[in-house]
Design a protein around this ligand. Structure first.
Ligand SMILES: NC(=O)c1ccc[n+]([C@@H]2O[C@H](COP(=O)([O-])OP(=O)(O)OC[C@H]3O[C@@H](n4cnc5c(N)ncnc54)[C@H](O)[C@@H]3O)[C@@H](O)[C@H]2O)c1
Length: 347
């Protein structure tokens, strides 16, 4: 069996690739990634020589290339994670998000339909999406699989659009898809533009911790390996034409999360308690900032028996340890263009 995983050199994708390569030696895993600023083959050093792993450098926006690899490798399934994934970048360059997240997804859908020639038995198109498509919650309530889409940022609008295309290809062509909408992930190999790795890096460097607005924004957080385990389960056991929400039952206001992180970092770095908290600085809010996201993950729990395996405190500690033990990785991704990006966003 041949599975195409897109975006496998990125944060979540690398954990999914590693899991599949190691757990399924009889499945050939093809990792297609354009290696944008967010893609890093260092994330996969431990599996790069595995006999059932092959890296393909390419862009999902390039339809000819996508058709070529479908013809050549005869994929039986697709797990699609490649995306532009950072909300702040979507505000400065929305079209890049339309290209990769919408156009790129439709290219993969077209290639799947035409290469599988309407014989969809044993085939599967798995689209990995986000809870951000549902928009913002008030103080109460949870996102269900049936919650109406209400995206507020160019990122979430592009992901919502790609979800709609996937569903439409199921209705129109019978393509056997499954979609998951997951909450915020954290863990090893996360590019330090997102809250947790950005702040870990800044605490190490004694740099300010830029908290948006009043810090009251609330997110649900899930350890990345628990997400990869959910993807494995849904790919193999989830019902086709279904959506599953994935979440950690783990809501945190940003400011409380940052304070917990500061506390754990002080211990790890041998600094006096309260040292890192002094780095907190409140910065101008992001436009269209959603107040609260929270996931009801009952469906995946009841149907497939999935639940998170680590508490937030455990996951955060594992994450901090990984960054402190992988300073070379951190230094390599924060040199060069990262510095320019950081200046533009926060100074
Ligand atoms: N990070 C989260 O908290 C989170 C939560 C829920 C869902 N998701 C979704 O999961 C997926 C992966 O997210 P992530 O955080 O790992 O993202 P990421 O930004 O870390 O990785 C994205 C990967 O896609 C690749 N890529 C980008 N454009 C491409 C293109 N045109 N062609 C081929 N490859 C391309 C990049 O090189 C990178 O390796 C995304 O679809 C995202 O929307 C992320």
């Amino acid at each position: 069996m041949n599975i195409l995983i897109t975006g496998g050199a990125g944060f979540i994708g690398s954990h999914v690739v590693r899991r599949f390569v190691k757990n399924y030696p009889n499945i050939n895993i093809y990792n297609l990634d354009a290696l944008t600023y967010a893609g890093n083959l260092e994330n996969l050093r431990d599996v790069e020589n595995a006999p059932n792993y092959k890296f393909l450098k390419g862009d999902i926006v390039d339809a000819d290339y996508i058709n070529e690899i479908f013809n050549k490798y005869k994929f039986d399934g697709v797990i699609h994670l490649a995306a532009e994934s950072h909300v702040d970048r979507s505000i400065t360059d929305p079209l890049a998000f339309v290209k990769t997240n919408v156009f790129g997804t439709v290219n993969l859908l077209n290639a799947s339909v035409s290469s599988w020639k309407n014989d969809f038995s044993e085939k599967r198109f798995y689209h990995v999406s986000t809870d951000e498509v549902y928009g913002s919650l008030g103080d109460k309530g949870l996102f269900l699989e049936t919650t109406a889409y209400d995206p507020n940022s160019p990122y979430s609008a592009s992901k919502a659009s790609s979800d709609h295309f996937v569903r439409a290809y199921g209705e129109t062509y019978g393509l056997p898809f499954v979609i998951t909408n997951c909450s915020n992930n954290y863990g090893p190999n996360h590019f330090p533009e997102k809250l947790i790795p950005l702040f870990i890096n800044n605490i190490i460097e004694n740099q300010p911790l830029p908290v948006y607005g009043d810090g009251k924004y609330t997110r649900d957080w899930l350890y990345v390996e628990d997400h990869a385990r959910a993807i494995d389960l849904v790919y193999h056991k989830g019902r086709k034409y279904e959506t599953y929400n994935i979440g950690g039952f783990n809501e945190w206001q940003n400011i409380d999360l940052v304070k917990l992180l500061c506390k754990q970092m002080d211990v790890k770095l041998g600094r006096a308690e309260g040292t890192s908290e002094k780095l907190i600085t409140y910065v101008k809010d992001r436009p269209g900032h959603d107040l609260r996201y929270a996931i009801d993950a009952t469906k995946i729990n009841e149907e497939l028996g999935w639940e998170p395996s680590v508490t937030f405190e455990q996951g955060l500690e594992k994450t901090i340890d990984w960054y402190l033990n992988n300073k070379e990785w951190l230094n390599s991704v924060t040199s060069g263009s990262y510095k320019e990006y950081y200046q533009k966003m926060y100074n």
